[in-house]
Write a protein that binds this ligand. Structure first.
Ligand code: URA
Length: 224
């Protein structure tokens, strides 16, 4: 059964607190603020980027720099606002100098993203750029080959559409890519209406009844 709106928000608030004080990897030493993610706790559409940049680290919010502005414009192009979706990253803390995330950092942070997916229960996860796409699809095939075509995956015990798109920062560097991004975003409303196909449950599914289902918790209003 799906969690109620209050359970989702309560669970996310609890997780937010955990992430804010997380010391599981070295990145906590250099961050200003952890960047948990933000948006609608019950969003059908979730975006996953790579890691916070400098502005995100300062504000504690995802995609608030120039790439975030472009993301807002792309969403407006399909009549969505940031409040309608949930935006998160693979890593919750900024790597120094925006270097690539290291395998142990990804491993330390991955359970947080899994719990976010379990609580939010998105139908579509749009991966932003090469890094998030490879991690989420579990494939080394690069973004330029897979962008704009939905895939079906089992993530955090749930079947979801994964929809890889270019990272908005790529379109800031190479403006001609903005049109490709717009074309791919235009496919999202149709994908959100599509029924999710069934995936074969893994053999041990019965032993894992989504352990992270939240208790009704705090009434703080951080997530819509
Ligand atoms: N790039 C990302 O991948 N994530 C952010 O939050 C900002 C920029």
């Amino acid at each position: 059964m799906s969690p109620s709106a209050d359970q989702r928000r309560g669970g996310l608030i609890e997780l937010y607190r955990e992430v804010s004080s997380c010391t599981r990897c070295r990145l906590h030493e250099g961050r200003t603020k952890a960047v948990f993610g933000a948006g609608d706790a019950g969003a059908d559409l979730m975006f996953i980027g790579e890691a916070p940049g400098a502005e995100e680290d300062r504000q504690g919010l995802p995609f608030v720099g120039r790439a975030g502005q472009l993301l807002n414009e792309l969403l407006a192009g399909i009549e969505l606002r940031r409040d309608d979706v949930f935006v998160a990253n693979i890593l919750k803390s900024r790597p120094p100098g925006n270097r690539d995330p290291q395998p142990d950092e990804i491993e330390a942070c991955w359970p947080y993203l899994e719990r976010q997916i379990q609580l939010i229960e998105p139908r579509v996860i749009a991966t932003l750029g090469n890094f998030a796409t490879k991690k989420i699809t579990g494939s080394q095939v690069g973004i330029t080959r897979v962008r704009g075509t939905p895939q079906v995956h089992e993530l955090a015990g749930r079947t979801v559409f994964v929809f890889p798109v270019l990272h908005p920062a790529a379109a800031l560097r190479t403006p001609s890519l903005a049109e490709t991004l717009r074309e791919d975003f235009a496919k999202l409303p149709g994908l959100l209406r599509e029924p999710l196909p069934e995936l074969e449950p893994p053999a041990d599914a019965a032993m894992d009844p989504v352990a992270a289902r939240p208790d009704p918790a705090s009434q703080l209003d951080l997530f819509g």
